[in-house]
Every structure is written in structure tokens, then in C-alpha cells.
Design a protein around this ligand. Structure first.
Ligand code: ADP
Ligand code: NI
Length: 221
């Protein structure tokens, strides 16, 4: 058995993920993974974590989004496990990384999250950060455009009480998504450094919205 160094494993994982995500849609392509990976490294500077677990969790967290596999949530974890086995990663690390993938997109509501670790907390924060700030604005309008949604409609108010299935079926203008999800994320961050970065990206989105409404009314700021 050839043992790879942690660095080699991360490099091999990057190559694997790039290959797997060829042709993925804009919101979850390799560049989303790369940003989440970088956000994870940034947050990890101020947290005591197993850096290999954080790196592998970030790199593999969207390896197979269930939205594109008929809602099957076991495809991603399975793919990740198979790949990590080829790298001779320890069973302990594999299990932890799989738990991160399974729990990262936990959306709250009335179910309770089953697994907790500081490494999951970091990767979850890193993924949420990518929905905020300038990149968050870009991703939201990219998604809205893909779904052929209006940018904004002053007559359609945001709905803060949607069930997950209503939320999925909603065809609301993209601006509503800020009130229904994006502006709520800063209060759902796990780590102290994640909270700080989220606060700055949140402030940017508020500034964006402020200017958006002014321009909508034909005002000069
Ligand atoms: P995750 O990163 O947990 O997979 P989603 O797949 O829900 O999140 O969203 C991916 C990106 O698309 C995010 O940036 C999110 O803000 C955006 N998005 C999701 N739903 C909407 C929506 N209804 N309107 C605009 N943007 C959306
Ligand atoms: Ni993601």
C-alpha cells in the first residue's frame, strides 16, 4: 500500500472534483467548490480543526447534489467514499468527511441536525458565505435567470412563512430571495470568524438593495 501525504491527498481530491464537476451548472461548479475551500481555509485560521478533514469536506461537499440525482441523497456520500478509499485515507477521516457531506445543507426547520463537529461547522459556514456578498448577489440572479424569474416586482411581497416544498415551487422574483433566505444567513453562522465575515458581506447586500431600489425609482444616489 502506497501512503499519500495529506498534501497529495488534497491535490488528488482537487483533480477528482474538477473532473467530476465538468459541465456542472454555474451555482455548483468547480469555482463554487474552490471558493468554499478558500473560505474554509480562511475560517480555519482562527479555529482548532483537523485541516485535512476540513479540506476534504469542503472539496467534496457538493460532489453530487441530490437535486440533480432525483433527490437521492446517497449518491454524493457514496462517490466520496469510493474516491477516498483509492487514496488510502483512514476510516476515521472518511467517516467524518461523509458526515460533513450528509449534514452540510441542513436547513433547520423542525428536524434536528444529527451530527456536530467543529470541522462541519467550518465547512457549513464557508458554504453559507458563498451565498452572501457580491458573489451571493451574482449567484442569486444567475439562479433567477436560469429559472426565468423577474428581477423584482414591487407588487409581490416576500413570504417568510413558506414550507420547504412551497419554497421550492415558488416562482417569486429574485429580490424576494434576499428576504426569504440570504439576509437571514448571518444569524445562522456557527463560528466567530464566520460571523464576522458574514456581517461584512451582509452589509454589502444591504447596500446593494438600497441602491437597487433607488435606481428602480429613477433616483440618482
Ligand atoms: P446550496 O448552496 O445549499 O446548495 P442552493 O442550491 O439552495 O444552496 O442555492 C445555490 C445558490 O442559488 C445560492 O447562492 C442561492 O442563493 C441561490 N438560490 C437558491 N434558491 C434561489 C432562489 N429562489 N432565488 C434566487 N437564488 C436562489
Ligand atoms: Ni455548496
Amino acid at each position: 500500500m502506497v501512503a499519500f501525504s495529506a498534501e497529495e491527498i488534497v491535490d488528488n481530491t482537487i483533480a477528482f472534483v474538477k473532473k467530476e464537476l465538468k459541465g456542472a451548472e454555474g451555482g455548483h461548479d468547480w469555482f463554487h467548490i474552490e471558493r468554499v475551500y478558500k473560505n474554509s481555509l480562511l475560517i480555519s485560521k482562527s479555529e482548532k480543526v483537523d485541516k485535512t478533514v476540513v479540506a476534504l469536506g469542503a472539496l467534496l461537499h457538493d460532489i453530487a447534489d441530490s437535486k440533480f440525482h432525483g433527490g437521492d441523497e446517497s449518491v454524493g456520500p457514496k462517490k466520496a467514499r469510493q474516491f477516498l478509499a483509492t487514496q488510502h485515507v483512514s476510516e476515521e477521516i472518511i467517516t467524518h468527511v461523509i458526515k460533513i457531506i450528509e449534514n452540510i445543507s441542513f436547513k433547520g426547520g423542525n428536524k434536528t441536525q444529527q451530527f456536530h463537529s467543529i470541522e462541519l461547522a467550518v465547512v457549513q459556514d464557508a458554504d453559507r458565505l458563498d451565498a452572501l456578498g457580491a458573489v451571493g448577489v451574482a449567484r442569486a440572479f444567475n439562479y433567477g435567470g436560469f429559472k426565468n424569474r423577474k428581477l423584482y416586482d414591487p407588487e409581490i411581497a416576500p413570504n417568510l412563512n413558506m414550507t420547504p416544498s412551497e419554497y421550492k415551487a415558488s416562482n417569486a422574483p429574485t429580490i424576494n430571495h434576499f428576504y426569504e433566505k440570504l439576509l437571514l444567513l448571518k444569524d445562522r453562522m456557527n463560528t466567530e470568524s464566520g460571523k464576522k465575515i458574514a456581517a461584512q458581506r451582509h452589509a454589502f447586500m444591504e447596500k446593494f438593495l438600497h441602491q437597487f431600489y433607488a435606481e428602480w425609482e429613477g433616483k440618482h444616489m
